[in-house]
Write a protein of this length. Sequence first.
Length: 453
Amino acid sequence: MAGSNHLTLPALKGMADRGEIDTVIMAAVDMQGRLQGKRVMPKFFLESVATEAAEGCSYLLATDIECGPVQGYELTSWDKGYGDFVFVPDISTLRLAPWQPGAAIILCDIELSGHKPAEVSPRTILKKQLDRLKGHGLSAFAATELEFILFRNTYEEAWEKAYRGLTPANQYNNDYSILGTARVEPVIRRIRNAMEAAGIQVENSKGECNLGQHEINFAYGPALTICDEHVIYKEAAKEIAAQEGHALTFMAKFNEREGNSCHTHLSVRNAAGDAVFLDADGHSPSKFFKQFMAGLLRHAPEITLLFAPNINSYKRFAVGSFAPTALAWGLDNRTCAFRVLGHGRSIRVENRLPGGDVNPYLVLAAMIAAGLEGVEGDYAPVPLFTGNAYAADLPRVPATLADAAKLFTESEFAHTAFGLGVVRHYTNMAKVELDAFNKAVTDWEKFRSFERM
């Protein structure tokens, strides 16, 4: 299970009084899965924020990746004056931030005026789907496996070099290599230990296939908790890398080699803690599982936008790359989009579609929504696939962000599951990125055309 080493408000006060904590990082998750917020003093946090919340500009849920205000969002705009929304701290997420001296961190929900949850906030979207599960007497457990590529360059150097000619931390495939990962152990060890000190339980770290590519894995836990830990880890890993004179990227496809995945594991349990993906015999797939999987497969094209939210995400879906191109499910089959593995209570679905650039709250919300649609709609089971899904005649993953956005915005299922406001909001997010990309002139175009056209 995931770690539970959280701070209480009295503990925070005691540490602040002793001078052990002088900063509270108050953050909410934006559309891209990043932490946005403020650093506040402990006295102000305890006397005001913890009891009365705080405010922040509503544009934080209506920007592009560059944090620029853009058109098309109903939540807020220039016409609406870009007013404030409310950061409501979730005290259960308060913990030390050991990678920053004297700091604690807390995650916040986002509310509009009148204490109304912002329906387009990623944390709110996941909570809605978890409530649907709860209505069936069920709860979701999850784990996310983030890969990243580590470079022996600072972020500033990488920027100045226009991200060309960077030095990967390893020069060859280090998948499972003990020797190769030892070369970067000072950085990886710091990340592991910082996460443990923050109460986020680490299972292991390992090398991956791309040059300088690594993965740190964490214990599973309740879905909301895991998403909270995911975004804290992602922030901390970047900060620690920077402190060590390195840079790392979670982007889905940095180069033509293997991309960064975020394989997302999901299991569902009843009130007694039993795995409802299994039949009463404890071995056979249950009717619930078969219908849940049928819902996932039927609606996967319509929700791929939430599994692959950026233009770059779709570069990762390549044959023979361990990233899926076909929509099928298989037992311990890494060529399928959905890989089923585990035994007994650990049986789970591994969604292999998400890359390292995803927002975990949206991924798990989409998986739960699609699976429940299969259960509530009494979907017919989809046969187990065996063999090489890359080469099989199967439904394919949407090829581009534009394709995925079109499927999402036209999906009756998505409108029902998430609401019109959410569909419009995240479709606009895709439109903003597509418009920006279509205006850009890329290096690829220059190298192809400067002289030879």
